[in-house]
Ligand binder design. Structure first.
Ligand code: HSE
Length: 311
């Protein structure tokens, strides 16, 4: 009798960078950007090997403390997948620990790839929830999955989310400090346990301005909506020159500007010519001894994408 050999799967997942918070929308808003990490996974007969290219190629762990591998094993456990062997190749383009969602991208890439090997046992909803639990906050995860501008929040422990298509023509200008990293955990540690009621009301109005401005293309309203009183002022001690960078971006034509996630990167948004805004932000950081790289990125409206091959 001829034995049938099951064809081995090869899966390639692409995940966008994300800017969370966008000013007022602390832990609720996220914007996906056209800058991507990829993860390729193929079934093998034995052993687990990981190759990492690009950002973090020398520093990232290759054992279970690797965020992608941990997410892969989590999905395998839940789905009861019998692991024989794996070959994993990761290509990182998202700078690490700069507030651009590199850890969310790593988790989403691993979880989505593993779910493909498990015959898609988990729904998108299960996966988003699982990834947000692994990451510890949901905003980058929702944006990395869905693309566009995402809004998320919890109903008890269930994550709820929705997304908005970002129209063509809006540009994100991102100043990425090269010699400064901020761990989200440290940026959360400086936040107060309570905030003044008036500050909460201020942010409510700004989030509403931001969303409406985005949807109606009233970019001055959108930009007003990037102001914040819940987290940025508490974090400015971690990022020298933050307020000067904000001022410089507005002065050079940005409609709005905010910390990208917990920082240290700063994101400005405009439909005007982006280069002078980037130059102004770079100069303001340089005045405080911080060398910043400028990235000019369009919004990503696709979110995570998957390609599967059988060999
Ligand atoms: N929204 C979280 C924070 C994580 O600002 O602490 C952002 O990446």
């Amino acid at each position: 009798k001829q034995r049938l050999r099951r064809k081995k799967l090869k899966v390639k997942v692409r995940v966008p960078a994300t800017a969370a918070n966008l000013g007022a929308g602390f832990n609720c808003l996220g914007l996906a950007l056209e800058l991507y990490n990829t993860l390729e996974i193929s079934e093998a007969n034995s052993g687990v090997s990981i190759k990492i290219l690009g950002e973090g190629k020398n520093g990232l762990p290759k054992n279970r403390s690797n965020l992608s591998l941990n997410a892969i094993y989590k999905v395998f456990d839940i789905c009861g997948y019998k692991l024989k062997g794996l070959k994993i190749k990761i290509h990182n383009r998202i700078p690490i620990a700069r507030g651009l969602g590199s850890s969310a991208a790593a988790i989403v890439a691993g979880a989505v790839a593993a779910n493909e090997l498990c015959g898609k046992k988990l729904s998108q909803d299960d996966l988003i929830q699982l990834c947000a639990d692994l990451e510890g906050h949901p905003d980058n995860i929702a944006a990395a999955f869905l693309g566009g501008l995402t809004i998320c929040g919890y109903e008890d422990s269930k994550l709820i989310y929705t997304n908005i298509f970002v129209r063509y023509g809006l540009r994100a200008i991102i100043a990425v400090p090269q010699n400064l990293k901020v761990k989200t955990k440290d940026a959360v540690a400086v936040l107060p346990k309570r905030v003044p009621f008036a500050d909460a009301v201020f942010n409510l109005s700004r989030v509403a301005f931001f969303i409406n401005g985005m949807m109606t293309d009233e970019l001055d309203i959108m930009g007003l909506g990037m102001d914040d009183r819940l987290h940025q002022s508490y974090r400015k001690g971690l990022i020298p020159g933050l307020e000067d960078v904000f001022r410089a971006a507005r002065g050079a034509g940005a409609h709005g500007v905010a910390l990208s996630g917990a920082g240290p990167s700063v994101i400005a948004i405009t439909n005007r010519f982006p280069d002078p805004i980037g130059e102004a932000m770079k100069k303001a950081f340089a005045a405080k001894g911080i060398k910043a790289e400028i990235m000019i990125l369009d919004a990503d409206n696709k979110g995570v994408t998957v390609k599967v091959k059988r060999a």
